[in-house]
Design a protein around this ligand. Structure first.
Ligand code: ATP
Ligand code: MG
Length: 702
């Protein structure tokens, strides 16, 4: 296998660094095999596009392979509609999977054999606890697991029960097959995870052949290994599943198993990015379907007018890193603008027409002006646009009493009509309610083609159409689907659907377009001068009756953001190392109110803790490792950055301290920190807060 060298345009990321290292060590015989493993329970979204570009991109770059494997282990949620759409979306993005599409269900037979092997090896057992009992037995992070009373069933009994589960002798939920991994582990995934459950349900591919189905963790890693995947790339939430991934592959006996690597999933502001949430929007008819142009789905973006190139470019620019962040949707918009700027023909159309009568142009006559489709790219050709006595311009391009620096039309002012001529406004016609309904103008016949004949300055240039020749069509303008940056933030809205933007779709039923657009066909992409990039809708257009979707307006808010970021001091996380990507860590800081409610404070679970052990952490200049008893089964391990202030950490032993007990455990290089101790500080010193008398561990602090 030949190994391609890095091209300079393709940025290196940590995954490619790993692959480079593996290739240098000739791991997997120099082979690079990735896979994209969607669950066919919804349409793909832009987050998936990041994963697709990464997996297929790596295969392309290294001359390797990328499989498409549907993870169809959950028969009740899956559908062939999703299987088809997923394939279409991947192809549209410009990628082709290796060989045939695959399904985890192709391996149901093999997975079953592996499960029997685990039973025979004493590594799996049939457990007959109810779901509720099971939960109770498993304990939680701070509570040890109790072994299931069925854990020591004999191999024979287990095999017999498992086979009868398969044969359909039991009802849903009566038994499960569990792996014997590690009940002591603080990683809950390892506390004897379920491998198989009984589900009497029709599967979209295997029909009713099976009534037991493998669980995701069991099926996923083994499917990777069966396919000979070398680098299994997934998102961070699977990090805690990795020990299990390795365990299954090892116990199944794979010689050179794949390795799992995790990267941060893509989050985009002003949208939601979970198939379940998107399905809700579809089912509740907040959008017209999965491919509604406001949806962050690949099919929605395609229908909106996004190009595959722009999405691939976006994926490249956001990069691949290991810490979560939110990407500004303005960057996505910037990428499609950049692409369409080079490729989209320029045309003219008026969305909100205001009639203009050229008084010195003869009635009933007309002429045409030649207009290039792309000023910078003459190869795209040109077309003739008709001009006559009556025209339409954009209503917003006229003001009766303009402010300073208004270069568009106003009484007495002169402007250029793009590719046509100069006109001057001589009079304004209003209706009874005082609304301007028509402008009377004169044109300068010497300015044909749009040049100023005597070099006089005319700053404004307007788009326009001829009234007699205009082609009326429906145009749809889109805004963000949500009003807030993070619709999933419960502090902002209780339910994400409450944050839907009521005005995300504006339908212009009768825009007036230049006549050449009558021939536009679904999928065509164009720039309407001064208004934005548009495409012909693939869903609702009819022959001779195109409907136009605005992909993006021309104004590039990203360029502004990028500039601002460039000018601010560098405090950005250096993770996603592409230039100018304003990765917003979190909006919270900016929006946090100066005071909090009493209820907010009550969310903190503060407990009395007694320090049982205190020692310095090797390799960490600032840290002490404390073992603090807060009245639970075992003391908590807490890392505190107070080493400098406690050169003899033993002085802390026996002290009652205040522990924040309901913090999510935090993984650190040295271990997991299971809480926080409260300390006070001044300029020179930090002291741990203690109580002035003895208190029992676990007591509430308020
Ligand atoms: P969702 O949470 O939207 O339902 P999922 O993770 O359940 O998505 P899968 O079909 O299981 O969707 O995902 C297929 C692959 O795409 C997985 O490897 C997953 O890690 C990856 N993926 C899903 N969402 C994102 C995202 N937002 N950014 C990057 N990769 C993603
Ligand atoms: Mg999933």
């Amino acid at each position: 296998m030949t190994q391609k060298t890095e091209t300079p345009e393709k940025p290196v990321n940590f995954i490619k660094e790993i692959i480079n290292r593996d290739l240098a060590e000739n791991k997997h015989g120099g082979k690079v095999a990735t896979r994209f493993p969607p669950e066919p329970n919804g349409y793909l979204h832009i987050g998936h596009a990041k994963s697709i570009c990464l997996n297929f991109g790596i295969a392309e770059e290294y001359g390797g392979t990328c499989n498409l494997r549907f993870d169809d282990t959950n028969p009740t949620k899956e559908d062939v509609e999703y299987v088809d759409s997923i394939q279409e979306d991947i192809r549209w993005l410009g990628f082709q999977w290796e060989g045939d599409r695959r399904f985890a269900s192709d391996y149901f037979g093999k997975l079953y054999e592996i499960a029997e092997k685990l039973i025979r090896d004493g590594l799996a057992y049939v457990c007959s606890l109810s779901e509720a009992e099971s939960r109770e037995y498993r304990g939680n992070y701070y509570k040890k697991a109790k072994p299931s009373p069925y854990r020591d069933r004999s191999v024979e009994e287990n095999l017999d029960l498992f086979r009868r589960m398969k044969a359909g002798e039991f009802g849903d939920g009566e038994h499960v097959l569990r792996a014997k991994v590690d009940l002591e582990s603080q990683n809950m995934n390892l506390r004897d995870p379920v491998l198989y459950r009984i589900k009497h349900a029709e599967h979209h591919r295997t029909g009713d052949t099976w009534c037991i189905y493998p669980m995701y963790d069991f099926a996923h890693g083994l499917s990777d290994a069966i396919e000979g995947i070398t680098h299994s790339i997934c998102t961070l939430e699977f990090q805690d599943h990795r020990p299990l991934y390795d365990w299954f592959n090892e116990k199944a006996g794979f010689e050179e198993p794949p390795h799992q690597y995790e990267f941060a999933r893509l989050n985009l502001n002003y949208t939601v990015m979970s198939k379940r949430k998107l399905l809700e929007l579809v089912e509740d008819k907040h959008v017209s379907g999965w491919d509604d142009p406001r949806m962050p789905t690949i099919s929605g973006l395609r229908r909106r007018g996004y190009t595959p190139e722009s999405i691939r470019k976006f994926a490249e620019r956001i990069g691949v890193a290991k810490n979560d962040s939110v990407v500004d949707v303005a960057l996505l918009e910037h990428c499609v603008r950049e692409d369409l700027n080079d490729t989209a023909p320029r045309v003219m159309g008026v969305l909100n027409p205001l009639k203009v009568v050229i008084e010195n142009y003869p009635e009933g006559e007309s002429e045409t002006f030649n207009a290039p489709y792309h000023p910078q790219n003459p190869e795209m050709g040109s077309r003739e646009i008709p001009f006559g006595r009556e025209l339409y311009i954009e209503r917003e391009d006229f003001m009766e009493e303009p402010p300073k620096k208004w270069f568009r039309l106003a009484p007495g002012r002169e402007v250029r009509l793009r590719y046509a001529c100069l006109i001057r406004c001589t009079d304004v016609v209003k209706n009874e309610s005082g609304e301007v309904v028509e402008l009377r103008c004169t044109w300068d016949p010497e300015s044909r083609g749009g040049q100023s004949p005597d070099g006089r300055k005319v700053k404004g240039t307007l788009h326009w159409v001829s009234a007699a020749h205009a082609f009326p069509a429906e145009v749809r303008l889109y805004d963000r689907l949500f009003r807030v940056e993070n619709p999933m933030d419960k502090k902002v809205v209780p339910n994400f659907k409450d944050a839907l933007n009521e005005d995300s779709l504006e339908v212009v039923e009768r825009a007036l377009l230049e006549p050449s657009l009558a021939n536009a066909v679904p999928g065509d992409r164009l720039q309407f001068e001064r208004l934005g990039y548009f495409c012909v809708d693939t869903g609702n257009s009819a022959p001779g009756k195109p409907v136009f979707n605005r992909t993006v307006p021309l104004r590039d808010s990203w360029a502004k953001i990028a500039k601002k970021v460039e000018n601010t001091p560098k405090s950005e996380p250096k993770a996603e190392k592409t230039p100018k990507v304003a990765q917003k860590q979190s909006k919270q800081e900016e929006t946090a109110p100066a005071t909090i409610e009493f209820d907010d404070f009550a969310k903190l679970d503060l407990r009395v803790g007694i320090v049982r052990e205190a020692e310095q952490v090797e390799d960490a200049r600032k840290l002490l490792r404390l073992m603090v008893d807060i009245g639970e089964e075992r003391p908590r391990q807490i890392f505190a950055g107070i080493r400098k202030f406690y050169p003899e950490p033993e002085v802390l032993i026996g002290k009652p301290v205040v522990v924040v007990a309901n913090l999510k455990p935090r993984k650190m290089r040295f271990g997991i920190s299971e809480g926080m101790v409260i300390a006070g500080s001044d300029e020179d010193n930090v002291r741990v807060a203690t109580f002035d008398g003895p208190l029992k561990p676990g007591g509430k602090v308020s």
